[in-house]
Design a protein around this ligand. Structure first.
Ligand SMILES: NC(=O)c1ccc[n+]([C@@H]2O[C@H](COP(=O)([O-])OP(=O)(O)OC[C@H]3O[C@@H](n4cnc5c(N)ncnc54)[C@H](O)[C@@H]3O)[C@@H](O)[C@H]2O)c1
Length: 380
């Protein structure tokens, strides 16, 4: 079992992240410690996750004296929308959730974002506990307090910052994940580690090597330690720049978490969000950012090779080498994370040393060459 505390000084707030195999079985006790007088814990999840883990979670909540209304949202990114939000808050109201009660989000990032946003706006905010069940949600989306929904014109355009009361991470949940979801999560883990430090990068890639060779399991103590280290890093970035200040471009701003995302988003857009899981697109995006960094003289060949090896260890990615380069470049210019109309590339000056570079500093020729090299078919 790993435990860490996230502190947000400005709000005088802190919460615990608990990580372990079978942590879900202790959820009731953990929430009771935090909310002594709460009567209801409203569970928001989806059918797939409910069938896997719902009965365990409901049992532990009941044992701790909570009543446990539950609502299953439809599964999939396209349901992270206003309609589901309306259904979620309606569910809370119809079950008489009060200010002192709790919303429990059990699922991947979609459930976490939607349920988190419902908790943020219902009665102007009630307590939220995140129980992330995908790797991406465990190392990234459940930490940091961003919640929200998509609009037809773009992802995550409506939302709120709403910090959880605690985050309960059960590594057992990883064992039922589809393999592409795992690859996608590991790409995000690699991304965080590449901008964090050489030590976290090393920890992430060596765990991946032992996992691939069958020497370590997803429920091992090493995995718990890796998730803890990833959450610690994410929390440290959030602490320093809680609301992603738009005027910050330094190497500890929240923006560095977008490493690999500029190209990643473009790849998702040009394939109509059908070919890649998000993390897989980020995997390719990191390689493009690595190539740009090398061409600009920021990253040396051996560090670029470590990055390539890291992406390889995450697992196979869908091919991106056949995509039309002009369409990708066109899509890059629509990136939502632009600032005053300019793309902000997160590049590397070395593993663990991100640098934010204005798109105008890149020549079109350099960009095209980096896209070509970065998106070449993976050698697995
Ligand atoms: N709030 C943030 O800071 C933040 C950060 C990154 C991503 N996100 C958001 O996260 C979302 C993506 O999250 P995701 O990658 O977890 O996708 P997801 O929530 O769609 O989950 C992927 C699939 O795995 C299934 N699943 C979940 N847990 C499972 C388990 N233990 N076993 C078997 N199947 C399981 C889900 O039902 C779904 O079909 C996006 O909407 C993205 O915008 C938010």
């Amino acid at each position: 079992l790993q435990s860490l505390n996230v502190r947000l000084e400005r709000q005088n707030l802190s919460y615990e992240i608990r990580i372990g195999s079978n942590v879900r079985l202790e959820a009731g006790k953990a929430i009771r410690q935090l909310r002594k007088t709460a009567q209801r814990v409203a569970l928001i999840t989806n059918q797939k996750v409910f069938e896997l883990y719902g009965s365990d979670v409901i049992r532990t909540l009941k044992d701790a004296g909570f009543s446990t209304p539950h609502w299953l949202m439809s599964d999939g990114e396209r349901f992270k929308n206003f309609r589901s939000l309306e259904q979620a808050v309606d569910f809370l109201a119809r079950n008489g959730l009060e200010r002192g009660d709790v919303v429990l989000a059990l699922g991947g990032g979609v459930v976490g974002d939607l349920a988190g946003f419902a908790a943020a706006v219902y009665m102007r905010g009630i307590a939220l506990v995140q129980m992330p069940t995908t790797l991406l949600a465990q190392i990234d989306s459940s930490v940091g307090g961003k919640t929200g929904i998509n609009l037809p014109v773009g992802k995550n355009l409506v939302g709120a910052f709403h910090q959880p009361d605690c985050v309960l991470i059960d590594t057992q949940a990883l064992t039922s994940l589809a393999s592409r979801e795992l690859v996608s999560g590991f790409c995000e883990a690699l991304k965080q580690s590449a901008v964090a430090s050489r030590a976290l990068f090393q920890q992430t890639t060596s765990f991946l090597s032992t996992l691939r060779s069958g020497k370590k399991a997803l429920t091992s103590a090493e995995m718990e330690k890796l998730i803890a280290a990833q959450c610690k890093f994410k929390a440290s970035v959030v602490r320093a720049d809680e609301k992603e200040a738009t005027n910050r471009n330094d190497n500890r701003s929240r923006r560095i978490l977008n490493f690999g995302h500029t190209t990643g988003h473009a790849l998702e857009a040009v394939t109509g969000y059908r070919r890649f899981r998000h993390g897989e697109a980020v995997g390719h995006g990191m390689l493009v950012a690595g190539e740009i960094s090398k061409s600009m003289g920021l990253l040396n060949s051996s560090e670029l090779e470590s990055l390539r090896e890291g992406v390889r260890l995450c697992g196979p990615l869908p091919n991106a080498g056949d995509l039309n380069q002009n369409s990708i470049i066109e899509a890059l210019s629509h990136d939502k994370k632009r600032d005053a109309g300019q793309i902000k590339w997160v590049l590397l000056e070395g593993i663990g040393h991100p640098r934010i570079v204005d798109g105008r500093e890149l020549s079109p020729r350099l960009l095209r060459a980096a896209l070509r090299k970065g998106l070449e078919k993976q050698r697995i």
